[in-house]
Design a protein around this ligand. Structure first.
Ligand SMILES: [Zn+2]
Length: 340
């Protein structure tokens, strides 16, 4: 707050009136003198520019004016006030920043709900409309990619492979899966003990998983689970879901080329091996039904999953197909807890 001496002119007469002009920090101006007491705001007045030592004038609405004697004091007050104006502007920007963030939040919420609920429903319908040949083509492509980057030929003895294949083929015919099933053996240092279904009807079983199993029924149980994914075309649904989301996100960010890049392929292939909790439960149900029908305890699957979990405590972080969703311990509990 500062007070300067001033001379007030009423704009109608030549009368001069000595006044005190007080500037406060909030932009208020008080002009007080004999018979004059005006409370004004900065926005109500205009201030003449400083020209050397020529006194400044405050011009009031209605033609009144006030000559200000102390230019330095006025400068310092104006400086302060403009700084405050700046901060008011910042405040306004802040406010619009919040508005922008609220808008982004709304869009994110929309995208999230779409990803969670809209995309799966849409993906389901899209996949229903797709002929099975498409699944098979995508599955074959995926296997070719995985053979390049993640697999080496199986070293499990032919006779052992034949045993497992026989059990698998029997299961596929029992399940009456329209698309049938095709079992593939591979070794994989990257993926370790693993089994997974590709789009189409291919199920991959790694040597490492065969080695981890302590009973053939455990292998059958895992393969039954994979056939659950095949039956329900989970990989295709997952891919369709990701594609729908990618298109939506690309449309939102405005970069459609991003989704066609080669770089997008590999994550998609690996990602398609991870499924939603709902898919895992559905596949577990198929496995459970089959195992029940042939007199194998569904806990066999839980046993193997538990061993996998023990082998790799941090598995949630690794793209081990069997170890992703839902949390292993939850599934193990569901599969070993009761057989009903
Ligand atoms: Zn699964």
């Amino acid at each position: 707050m500062s007070t300067v001496r001033g001379i007030f002119y009423d704009g109608l007469t030549w009368d001069r009136q000595d006044v005190q002009v007080r500037f406060d920090r909030n932009g208020g101006i008080r002009i007080a003198g004999d018979g004059i007491d005006l409370a004004l705001k900065f926005d109500d007045v205009s201030v003449s520019d400083r020209l050397a030592d020529i006194p400044r004038y405050l011009y009031l609405s209605g033609g009144d004016a006030c000559e200000l004697i102390d230019n330095d004091a006025v400068d310092s007050w104006l400086g302060q006030h403009n700084a405050q104006r700046g901060s008011r502007l910042l405040h306004r920007l802040d406010t619009s920043m919040w508005a922008a963030m609220a808008a982004i939040g709304t869009i994110a919420l929309f995208l999230t709900s779409f990803v969670l609920w809209g995309a799966p429903a849409l993906a389901e319908r899209a996949v229903d409309a797709l002929p099975m040949e498409v699944d098979q083509t995508i599955g074959d492509e995926s296997l070719a990619v995985l053979d390049n980057v993640a697999f080496s030929p199986s070293t499990v003895a032919e006779s052992r492979q034949a045993e497992i294949r026989a059990a698998f083929d029997e299961m596929v015919s029992d399940m009456e899966t329209p698309m049938g099933g095709h079992l593939v053996f591979r070794r994989s240092e990257i993926l370790g003990a693993n089994a997974f279904a590709l789009a189409g009807n291919t199920v991959i079983l790694t040597d490492e998983l065969i080695e981890l199993a302590e009973h053939d029924e455990e292998i059958i149980a895992v393969l039954a689970h994979e056939m659950g994914h095949i039956q329900h075309r989970h990989v295709m649904k997952h891919v369709a879901r990701s594609a729908i989301v990618a298109v939506l996100v690309a449309a939102y960010i405005g970069d459609v080329t991003a989704i066609t890049g080669v770089a997008a392929t590999m994550p998609a292939v690996l990602d398609s091996m991870r499924h939603s909790r709902a898919f895992e439960r559905e596949a577990d149900r198929v496995a459970r039904d089959y195992l029940d029908s042939v007199g194998i305890a569904p806990s066999r699957l839980g046993d193997l999953l538990a061993r996998l979990m023990a082998q790799c405590p941090e598995c949630e972080e690794i793209p081990h197909y069997l170890s992703t969703h839902p949390p292993l311990d939850e599934r193990v509990e569901a599969l070993t807890g009761n057989d009903g």
